[in-house]
Write a protein that binds this ligand. Structure first.
Ligand SMILES: [Zn+2]
Length: 377
């Protein structure tokens, strides 16, 4: 049972590469001016990521949401496989139980995207010349679209807009908003039987014709001919900026629809930059949910506080809210989970979000409720 739960979590599990093929995962809020929200709602909020099941009835969802609310949760981040209709079904059910809803989308990694799959040229290409369309790095669900090419980025932005139009959501929540992992978390390497002491060409993206030509227009050199791409800062920065440009455009779209933009991101900006070419402290975004999954990095519970504090201080001047993402499988007890929540709270997070709903046992929901009661005192 525990093995099954672990497996399911990994799947969903964000962004970080989890295990096996065929899995989807999650790398991973709302509208109104967040300044106002910060001023009027000082309380610490709790949430969970979940993936919807179209065969699950409205009544069963009402029960699930009621249980979360009774356990102290304030919001759910729902992956509907980028289906606005499914989101329209679930939003009123969650809101009736008192939960806010965020529309979680796998943004740049789009496994099984039937529209994108008709356009092989939309996919990212590795330094060794292989396209994610048919050669997937690490796992079968790694099917990454080029963030530079106009057609593929417009496809992603169109999907963001479709979700942004759904009434009642708080935010469009970007997940997998980055490049494929150039370095996997150290705790996951044994699972893949990998050693990554340097940037390896098969995990280094995107060297498609459009990325190379756009880079050449600015820098007059071809990254395919670089002797050591790992120390080519222009090439690295070009890719950081490609993701930033996509996020900034998504921000305009969701705000036009009176929603917020949020994202599931790597633990703190320097780490995100190093591992997945993601520099979220520079984005136009309302709130982020760093996936501070200590076991992925062979770290202890206090590292959740360390990483939270780093992210909070990096975006303080931008007024971007931080919600600490907590990965449930490594916890042994409700008391341990309470420690993690307090690490997040005491280091400046405005909330804690759990991965994922399936892992929220009665024991954990009790722990969350108890912490919440102490915080409200
Ligand atoms: Zn490209």
């Amino acid at each position: 049972m525990r093995a099954i739960r672990l497996f399911l979590s990994f799947v969903l599990l964000f962004n970080l590469i989890a295990c096996h093929q065929n899995e989807k995962k999650h790398d991973h809020i709302a509208n109104n001016d967040h300044t106002t929200e910060n001023n009027t709602n000082p309380s610490f909020k709790f949430g969970t990521w979940i993936t919807s099941n179209k065969n699950k009835s409205n009544e069963d969802y009402a029960k699930e949401f009621k249980r979360y609310k009774a356990g102290g949760l304030d919001e759910v981040l729902i992956n509907t496989g980028t289906d606005p209709k499914e989101l329209e079904r679930l939003v009123p059910i969650a809101k009736a139980e008192g939960l806010k809803v965020h529309a979680w989308i796998m943004a740049v990694n789009r496994p099984g995207d039937t529209v994108a799959l008709k356009h092989p040229e939309w996919y990212q290409v590795s330094r060794d010349g292989k396209s994610c369309h048919d050669t997937r790095p690490y796992v079968g669900y790694y099917q990454w679209l080029c963030p530079t090419r106009e057609e593929s980025r417009n496809h992603i932005l169109g999907l963001v807009e479709g979700l942004a139009k759904v009434n009642g959501i708080e935010s469009v929540h970007l997940d997998y908003i980055r490049f494929p992992d150039i370095f996997l978390p150290i705790g996951l390497l044994p699972k893949y039987n990998l050693v990554q002491d340097e940037e390896l060409p098969e995990y280094d993206f995107c060297y498609c014709d459009v990325c190379v030509s756009e880079f050449e227009k600015i820098h007059h050199k071809n990254p395919r001919e670089s002797k050591n791409t790992a120390i080519d800062m222009e090439w690295k920065n070009f890719r950081l900026n490609a993701i930033k440009a996509l996020v900034d455009d998504a921000y305009k779209i969701v705000h036009k629809n009176n929603k917020k933009l949020t994202a599931a991101v790597f633990p703190y900006p320097e780490m995100a930059d190093h591992m997945v070419r993601q520099r979220w402290d520079k984005w136009d975004i309302d709130e982020v949910y760093p996936m501070i999954y200590h076991s992925f990095y062979n770290e202890e519970i206090d590292w959740i506080g360390y990483a939270t504090k780093q992210g909070v201080s990096d975006v303080e001047s931008e007024n971007i809210g931080i919600n600490t993402g907590i990965y449930l499988p490594p916890f042994q007890s409700g008391d341990e989970l309470k420690q993690a929540i307090l690490q997040a709270k005491d280091n400046g997070a405005k909330g804690a979000t759990f991965f994922d709903g399936n892992g929220l046992t009665d024991d954990y929901l009790n722990a969350i409720k108890e912490v919440k009661e102490t915080l409200l005192r």
